[in-house]
Design a protein around this ligand. Sequence first.
Ligand SMILES: Cc1cc2nc3c(=O)[nH]c(=O)nc-3n(C[C@H](O)[C@H](O)[C@H](O)COP(=O)(O)OP(=O)(O)OC[C@H]3O[C@@H](n4cnc5c(N)ncnc54)[C@H](O)[C@@H]3O)c2cc1C
Length: 374
Amino acid sequence: MDADVVVVGLGTVGAMASWRLAEIHGARVIGVERHALGHDFGGYAGESRLFRTGYHESPEYVPMLLQARELWQELERGGRRTLFHPAGVLSIGAPTITPMRNVLVSVQQHGIAHEVLDAAELAHRFPQHGSITDEIGVLDKLGGVLRPESAVHEALRRARRAGAELLDSAPVTAVEPIPGGVRVTTEQGVRTAKHVVVTAGAWAAQLLPELRALLDIRPLVLTWFAPEDPARYAPEVFPGFIRDLGDVHLFGIPSLDGALVKAGWADAWGSIDDPAGLTRFLEPHAMAGVGRDVHGLLPELPAQPSRHSVHMDAYTPDRRAVIGAIQPGVAVVAGLSGHGFKLAPAFGEIAARLVLGLPQQHDISRFSPDRFGG
Ligand SMILES: Cc1cc2nc3c(=O)[nH]c(=O)nc-3n(C[C@H](O)[C@H](O)[C@H](O)COP(=O)(O)OP(=O)(O)OC[C@H]3O[C@@H](n4cnc5c(N)ncnc54)[C@H](O)[C@@H]3O)c2cc1C
């Protein structure tokens, strides 16, 4: 066999899995990427990602989130790049809605440093958010902003330094069982290994047809706005935020470059059949719509974005990733459903333990590929 493990797809999770496998577990790793390493079609592109422990999706993620936070810091400590800005994350919404209840339970049950702010306190502390009446804010003090491109680069650097062979521009076309292992066919030749981890993001179902019915590929649009006074949006005074208001799910990231603020809609962009069909430009009327909503809720920001970019991610029906063995010798981590970047180092560690047959540190049955039946 050429390696202990072939990692297929060196984006978010593939980079983290390669790092954990090669450096922490001492495995012989070959990583294979269809594009250039660190390309900008991946689910990680777009400058920043929110990290939160007050978790809208469910408090059950908190132990994994706390581990991921430690692993982000471990990854950052070993390199020369800033990967995590511990700026806090503010969740804003009516206290009765499920996402806000989940946020409160997450921080309260797990003893996470936080503040609960009423409308008057929000107006005083974070006036950038304009008028708020019936909502509360929960400031998650362990939250912050991750730098995704730098994180992928750093994890790949660490994997390579630990001996991993990383192939770029080598699309994998087939993954097949052979006696004692798996054969991986790429456009640059064939490799064999005892195990394979498929971390192919929006492309995963192309390689593993059993995932086709589970993964919905959704575009996500990022928009940046130029405030009159960028200092009012610096991470020290303007934490990242998520605001749930009726049908509008607004997110925002403080200004990391001292010029632009990232803010926009989540969950509003439909789906596409094939990753190759992603349109990377937004129609002007859609841009204007985002601008109107952002300006409505953050009135100091202009009603027109300065720039935008379009990305994609694979979503499962229950918005939980699919993690587990899927064929003999083949494990998958896919379907991170628009909220998996922050968890990626924990997912990378889980993938490493899966293929190496080591005990898991978390209950991963809730991510089982079999949970949907059929
Ligand atoms: C715009 C946007 C904003 C987001 N915001 C947040 C956020 O604030 N917080 C958060 O936690 N999460 C967020 N997410 C979610 C998170 O970023 C994604 O879930 C995550 O990056 C997906 O990682 P992945 O490893 O599954 O896919 P990717 O990072 O896309 O990696 C897949 C890799 O596999 C490669 N590949 C595919 N097919 C093949 C093949 N056949 N052969 C070889 N290589 C192959 C691809 O080229 C790619 O490099 C956001 C996602 C998007 C798109």
